[in-house]
Write a protein that binds this ligand. Structure first.
Ligand code: FE2
Length: 333
């Protein structure tokens, strides 16, 4: 018997007939976990206002909380891991997620597994836009697919979190890699945050793309994103969204930044589940579940993550990362 009702969206499904405020039986929680992987986006309707403590409990259904080193807003004090965004700075942090399609925590060795969003105060306008990353790859022309398979976008931690005092920590992921749970090809992207690429990382033909080349690659990727189906979710009061963060890109539309006076107060709580995998070309590498979360000071090194990698592979990756660090990289978005 169906545990809840699903209604198709352009990407993902609306969920009806469930109250997330209630403790749910284990089989329903299990079904939600499976449906998140299967459908990529679940939009739970009519949930009223879910307290941040409950959102953290729901987030833990999927794994450990990823804190991401983001400033804790006074309104969610004590609820570490809850990012509170708003169009009123007294109510939450402004300007998050607006720079283009991205996955959350892409700048970590192990990007977030899930992202969970709840609109606590719903304005008259302010959409979150989603895209199915596997579909983009599926629709690529063969020649472009072969080129993209060779690309590794580079993230710098300082670039993402401008207030971080430590030097930039650099992470490169394969642009295309198999999703760790479904093996479906997916993308590691952060449009507006990534500025540089490496070609053929880890092979004899490895080289850094020039700035001009990187700019042109970013335009090419944006062009493909624009051709594909995008789902602009117009929030309604009580909406609570769970996504498979590795399977969908998302961004906050420009209208999320409209003022309280224009559209009413917007408050959203976002939580993330710590990723258990490092994206890799042929396989995603599981990390030990006991790793400590990176804080705002510094990210763990590959060795801190206790990857089950042979020593020579770790050394090789770290050497390349050191090389990238030496190069002047843009650190401001
Ligand atoms: Fe985001």
């Amino acid at each position: 018997m169906a545990k809840y009702d699903l209604k198709a969206l352009p990407i993902g499904y609306e969920v009806h007939g469930i109250n997330l405020k209630n403790e749910l039986p284990a089989d329903i929680v299990d079904q939600i976990r499976k449906d998140t992987i299967k459908h990529k986006i679940l939009v739970f309707k009519n949930q009223g206002v879910i307290l941040p403590q409950r959102q953290l409990q729901i987030t833990r259904w999927f794994g450990d909380i990823e804190e991401l080193g983001i400033e804790e807003h006074a309104r969610v004090k004590g609820c570490t891991g809850v990012l509170r965004v708003s169009n009123d700075e007294l109510e939450g942090l402004r300007g998050f997620g607006t720079s283009g399609f991205h996955i959350d925590g892409g700048f970590l060795h192990n990007p977030c597994a899930n992202s969970i969003y709840h609109i606590v105060s719903c304005p008259k306008a302010g959409k979150t836009v989603f895209i199915d990353l596997a579909k983009i790859i599926e629709n690529l022309a063969q020649e472009m697919l072969l080129r993209w398979e060779r690309l590794w976008p580079v993230w710098t931690y300082k670039q993402i979190l401008g207030s971080c005092n430590s030097g930039p920590t650099v992470v490169a992921h394969p642009l295309i890699y198999p999703h760790p749970l479904t093996s479906q090809p997916t993308l590691a992207i952060a449009m507006g945050k990534i500025k540089r690429f490496i070609w053929d990382m880890g092979t004899a033909t490895e080289r850094k793309a020039t700035r001009e080349e990187s700019t042109s690659i970013l335009k090419e990727i944006q062009n493909e994103l624009d051709k594909n189906v995008q789902y602009a979710h117009a929030w309604e009061s009580g909406d609570f969204i769970i996504t498979d963060n590795l399977a969908v890109g998302h961004y906050a539309d420009a209208d999320t930044q409209m003022t309280k006076e224009e559209v009413g107060l917007r408050v959203m709580h976002r939580t993330c589940v710590r990723g258990k995998f490092v994206p890799f070309k042929n396989d995603c590498i599981p990390i030990e579940p006991s790793i400590t979360a990176p804080n705002s000071e510094e990210l763990p090194s590959l060795t801190d993550l206790e990857l089950n990698l042979p020593d020579d592979v770790v050394k090789d990756i770290e050497n390349r990362i050191e090389e990238i660090k030496k190069e002047e990289l843009p650190i401001k978005d």
